[in-house]
Design a protein around this ligand. Structure first.
Ligand SMILES: C[S@@+](CC[C@H](N)C(=O)[O-])C[C@H]1O[C@@H](n2cnc3c(N)ncnc32)[C@H](O)[C@@H]1O
Length: 207
């Protein structure tokens, strides 16, 4: 089986999957083969004691390394509107109970309306979600509310290029389109993180 065929079977059109199958795909070893969440978290510069919001966290592919990075003195909010995804995240956190991870607070909510206290978040992180939102401006207003003045905002999403798996091409946002949306929400792109060959990673600050 070619590498491309293997990935196509392992990561099908993610828009068509139910919660259980999507959660499996999101946490799969196949995904780790082309996207290393620990490296992404290191590249962002998440450190001990930080407060991080993982918005649209799913079963925890990034939430878990984020929690390890902030340690027990930090805090990670895992926000998702799908209770099933949060249940997978809870199980996945329990499975690695021996790892020294920081406190993870699960919030079942729309990312555009969380109860994260205002002005408290050091890093607002969102992966594979901006392309799915019908009202990104509402979401970005909520991000602005929760962050501190000098916070980092990280948007990771699929390249708008045929990959044979992942969300359909027509709903993906190119990096340029995402930059435009982020700018409209009051954020300027100041750098990038490598998030694997199928994704871009934009690092932003408030304008
Ligand atoms: C493709 S998954 C990505 C999960 C995770 N960020 C990752 O990269 O592994 C998108 C997640 O965002 C959640 N989601 C989508 N729209 C949302 C919204 N408006 N509010 C909260 N969560 C949302 C979905 O339930 C799903 O768990």
């Amino acid at each position: 089986m070619s590498r491309a065929t293997f990935y196509t079977q392992a990561m099908p059109d993610t828009d068509k999957l139910g919660t259980d199958e999507l959660a499996r795909v999101l946490m799969s070893e196949e995904r780790r083969g082309w996207q290393n969440p620990e490296k992404v978290v290191r590249a962002i510069g998440v450190t001990r004691g930080m407060v991080v919001a993982d918005l649209g966290c799913g079963p925890g592919f990034f939430t878990i390394p984020l929690a390890s990075a902030v340690g027990r003195s930090g805090l990670v909010y895992g926000v998702d509107s799908n209770a099933g995804m949060l249940s997978y995240l809870r199980d996945n956190l329990e499975k690695i109970g021996k790892t020294p991870i920081g406190l993870v607070k699960l919030i079942e909510a729309d990312v555009a309306q969380t109860d994260i206290p205002s002005g408290t978040v050091d890093v607002a992180f969102f992966a594979n979600i901006l392309h799915d939102l019908t009202e990104p401006s509402k979401f970005l207003r909520e991000v602005r509310r929760m962050i501190k003045k000098d916070s980092i905002i990280v948007d990771i999403d699929w390249e708008k290029k045929e990959s044979g798996f992942g969300p359909p091409l027509e709903i993906r946002l190119s990096a340029a389109q995402s930059k435009e949306i982020l700018r409209g929400g009051g954020f300027k792109v100041v750098g990038s993180v490598y998030a694997g060959r199928f994704h871009y990673g934009l690092v932003c600050r408030s304008i």
